[in-house]
Design a protein around this ligand. Structure first.
Ligand code: 7TS
Length: 412
């Protein structure tokens, strides 16, 4: 396998042409959102200047072209994650909306009093709050799988928490705080054995590792375009057709109907049942271009490149006595995310000091307060890699990191 050339890749991303605080930009906040290559920007521009219209409506050329663009983006998503059919791909605004839709509609159709909904303690709030509401509405029971000291969920924990009362298990493929890649194959196999469905939150995984939803046998797989070089405001649900067909619509309105009468209506077939109102066509077109870019680059290469950067960064961070790393130490169990704390320094101060070195990192609870409480941490700082990051970015980060304690008045 040829190695990725991040310096070449960077040239496709105009945002790197500017300096930040007088330094080259070391963008290490890819877990929050990713930057856009010209190929994505141009695809959106070309759509808006050549094919813009409201899809699925008019007989005129622009509407027809917009419909073709939108549906070709759906086909692209289907191929990217190897779904069985385009009917199983629903466009949403983001991962958050995807999970809300499923919690609402799957919950309405399938969840009853006393049923159990199983999550992991490391979930993003987007994969907790919709289930809390469903549990309250249906008098269902919310249960959590807890992680061990290494940031992992053990097989015993999976078997203990996913019992015959479970209706749905919802878990991130990769934790946005710890970088842990959860054992979703084992979770899916076990859940299916006892008759529960599984939703995988792929917000942090789809951009970085090859996902094959049929091979995984996930019932639902969701993700956001803006974390994989695409535009904000476009997200995806993959759902098995046999399950989606039994779920009622989430939003009601135009484009998702078949016939409407004064007092009732019938609905359009999949996937349109779940796409009410005018959709984000330019977002879908941008996502299609992003997927083209990622596949052309090679997801296997991207994954290997990020592993190399994590190893390079972890080695050097671990040699600093005042740096504490969260999550698995075993590289095979984590993706391109490292959360850490520095003795005597608040994570927000760390992020602010790093910013003055041109290094963009995230600090805070990372929308995972139950995990933070479980780990007994108020917050962490986090670096997260992508295909355009280089060892030079890591060195720039380390340069700033080594100055943090001095800035705050400590000796070293
Ligand atoms: N699930 C996971 C695992 C996430 O990491 C995020 C966003 C979401 C869901 C929500 O995605 P959205 O596109 O709907 O907002 N995570 C982060 C993060 O770690 N820093 O900023 C956003």
């Amino acid at each position: 396998m040829h190695k990725l050339k991040p310096e070449e890749i960077k040239k496709d991303f105009p945002i790197f042409e500017q300096e930040i605080n007088g330094r080259r930009l070391a963008y290490l906040d890819n877990g929050a959102t990713t930057l856009k290559p010209v190929q994505v920007l141009e695809a959106v521009y070309n759509y808006n200047t050549r094919a813009y219209g409201n899809p699925h409506r008019g007989a005129h050329q622009l509407s027809i072209r917009a419909t073709e663009e939108y549906e070709s983006a759906r086909e692209r998503v289907k191929k990217f994650i190897n779904a069985g059919s385009a009917e199983e791909i629903v466009f949403t605004r983001n991962t958050t909306e995807s999970i809300n839709l499923i919690a609402h509609s799957f919950g309405k159709a399938f969840v009853e009093e006393g049923d159990e909904i199983v999550l992991a303690i490391s979930e993003h709030h987007s994969n907790i709050l919709p289930w809390q509401r469903l549990a309250a509405e249906k008098k269902a029971v919310l249960k959590y799988m807890y992680i061990n000291e290494d940031g992992r969920i053990s097989l015993e924990e999976i078997r203990k928490k996913i019992t015959s009362k479970a209706k749905i298990v919802s878990i991130a493929h990769m934790s946005n705080v710890l970088g842990t890649i959860h054992p979703i194959e084992e979770i899916i196999a076990h859940a299916h054995k006892i008759g529960a469905k599984v939703l995988i939150d792929g917000a942090q995984s789809t951009p970085h590792i090859k996902v094959d939803v049929q091979q995984l046998d996930a019932d639902f797989y969701v993700f956001s375009g803006h974390k994989m070089l695409g535009p904000m405001g476009i997200g995806v649900i993959y759902g098995k057709k046999a399950i989606l067909e039994k779920m009622p619509p989430f939003l009601m309105g135009g484009d998702m109907i078949e016939y409407v009468y004064e007092d009732h209506a019938s609905f359009a077939p999949l996937p349109y049942t779940f796409e009410a109102g005018t959709q984000n066509v330019e977002g879908a077109v941008g996502l299609r271009a992003a997927m083209d870019y990622l596949e052309k680059t090679g997801l296997d290469k991207i994954e290997a490149h990020e592993k190399e950067l994590v190893e390079y960064a972890l080695d050097r961070m671990l040699s600093l006595s005042y740096v504490n790393i969260q999550g698995p130490k075993d590289l095979n169990m984590r993706g391109g995310i490292i959360s850490f704390t520095i003795d005597d320094a608040h994570p927000h101060d760390v992020a602010t000091i790093l910013d003055s070195y041109g290094v963009a990192v995230r600090a805070g609870h990372h929308c995972a307060q139950p995990l933070m409480r479980y780990l007994n941490l108020p917050a962490t700082s986090r670096i997260s890699f992508y295909l355009y990051n280089t060892k030079e970015d890591v060195d720039q980060f380390l340069e700033g990191l080594k100055k943090v304690r001095k800035w705050l008045g400590y000796g070293s």
